[in-house]
Design a protein around this ligand. Sequence first.
Ligand SMILES: [Zn+2]
Length: 249
Amino acid sequence: MIQDLHAHTYYSFDSSDSVEKVIETAILGGVGLLGISDHNYGVGYGRADLCYGRGPSLDADYGKTLLRYYDHVKASAARYRNRIKVLCGLEISTRLSRDAYALPTAQDVSLFDYCLIEGLDEENSFLKGDIFAFAKRCGCPAGIAHTDLFGFLARRGEEPARFFRRLAEENIFWEINVNFDSLHSFRTHGYVTEFFQNKKQQEIVRNAGVKLSVGFDSHIAREYKPDRVKTANKLLRDMGIRLAFDGIE
Ligand SMILES: [Zn+2]
């Protein structure tokens, strides 16, 4: 089953697509497992189509807005269940510079099917390079979004094989982000290109038993490129690498 675990809707500030539009685009593209993963700050503070240009509504009831998003995605998942499997995820920013957008410390996110954690390798991330405690705190399966993990580990002098084994043990997956759209200036991720060429990296990931996910990180449904998603799914499977949520029906 072709998977894409990274997609945005109007619950994120930087997308204006409806949940239904994103699901139908994935169905047309031949995706069998779609994860909707809106930004925690967009979900928590207000939909882009309602407050775009006005910034987040900081007086919103964060817990309620998360539930509103969750219920909408789950209702859509049920509606489309004969054509596609839809998961409800949450992309969580760990950047301090976007303090106002941070996930409230006590906010429960364990009901989500998974979360994508972004900013691990960034200097202003409150993770300070430690993914493990925060992934546990989320209480749902967690993945590391669009991060050059091999580069990150090299800079820290950490041994990749050990790190990836620990990811596998703690059931944290790593995202292969295949985005290519105008929002990201038609840039591809260098770490993904490198990974697909680097047999040693592939071997480390395979031997560790860590799961990878594929994500287009769509913010504009009309610019969705399912072929990039399909190719990445196939390349990873041909390498004998397991994908996140493989086996889910
Ligand atoms: Zn994203």
